[in-house]
Design a protein around this ligand. Structure first.
Ligand code: 13P
Length: 246
């Protein structure tokens, strides 16, 4: 049986309590959708969203976590804290953290181990910069990111990998079909070689996903979900992306 597509909305640093009605409208659309739906709000909204979504199929996640369960780490949140606040999942290794916070693959792997320790389902992000693509390094970069960001402890666990080319994020530039399929198949081959999980990981595409291109992206080989930034903030847009997976 084919997997249900996973449609995930990464709200990044957007959203105050007044955004709760948006998530209620997303919840309403998700109830009759074929896709599994997850929202990754800022951590400050995890508790109120979890309360608002008490019996909802919409899953919630954090956008990062620390490697340690607790300690003297001012400003950080542990995976256990995200879980306690109502998260089921966590995004790790997003390019905005790899580049903006200088996170290396080994740190992403350590955070992934922390997420599993806390019972969170990780989505691990990888993706090349425009310079790397233009220098012909895409395969080398993605392979290294996969090798070094995915710890062996993922064996037997439920997790997902998102391909987000850095140059496609927030730019309106979507890769060609061939570029997407090439990356997704590289990821799937890597996963099949290293992991023998009962729950086959979803491989998601992310970067300038919009209501108008979502349906097409979901038809591409290897794309079994979408990680959506800007277009996940408004239910009117995100619900069209969810419907694209029907
Ligand atoms: P945009 O959809 O805004 O390009 O962001 C993609 C992204 O970074 C999702 O994690």
């Amino acid at each position: 049986m084919p997997k249900h597509p996973l449609i995930a909305g990464n709200w990044k640093m957007h959203g105050l309590r007044e955004a709760i009605p948006e998530v209620l409208a997303i919840d309403a659309a998700s109830r009759s959708a074929r896709a599994s739906v997850a929202i990754f709000p800022p951590s400050t909204l995890l508790c109120p969203m979890r309360e608002a979504l008490a019996d909802s199929p919409v899953r919630l996640g954090g956008q990062d976590c620390h490697t340690e369960p607790l300690g003297a780490f001012t400003g950080d949140l542990s995976a256990e804290m995200l879980k306690d606040a109502g998260a089921d999942m966590v995004i790790l290794g997003h390019s905005e953290r790899r580049h903006g916070h200088k996170e290396a693959c080994e740190g992403v792997a350590a955070k992934t181990r922390a997420a599993l320790r806390a019972g969170l389902e990780p989505i691990i992000c990888i993706g090349e910069t425009l310079d790397q693509r233009q220098e012909g390094l895409t395969h080398a970069v993605l392979s290294k990111q996969l090798r070094d960001s995915l710890p062996e402890t993922l064996e037997g666990q439920t997790f997902h990998v998102a391909y987000e080319p850095v140059w496609a994020i927030g730019t309106g530039h979507v890769p060609t079909d061939d570029q997407v399929v090439d990356a997704m198949l590289l990821i799937q081959k890597h996963l099949a070689k290293r992991f023998h999980n009962q729950v086959v990981p979803h491989t998601l595409y992310g970067g300038s996903v919009k209501p108008d291109n979502a349906r097409h992206l979901l038809t591409l080989d290897g794309v079994d979900g979408l990680l959506v930034g800007g277009a996940s903030l408004k239910a009117a847009d995100f619900n069209r992306i969810i419907a694209a997976a029907d």
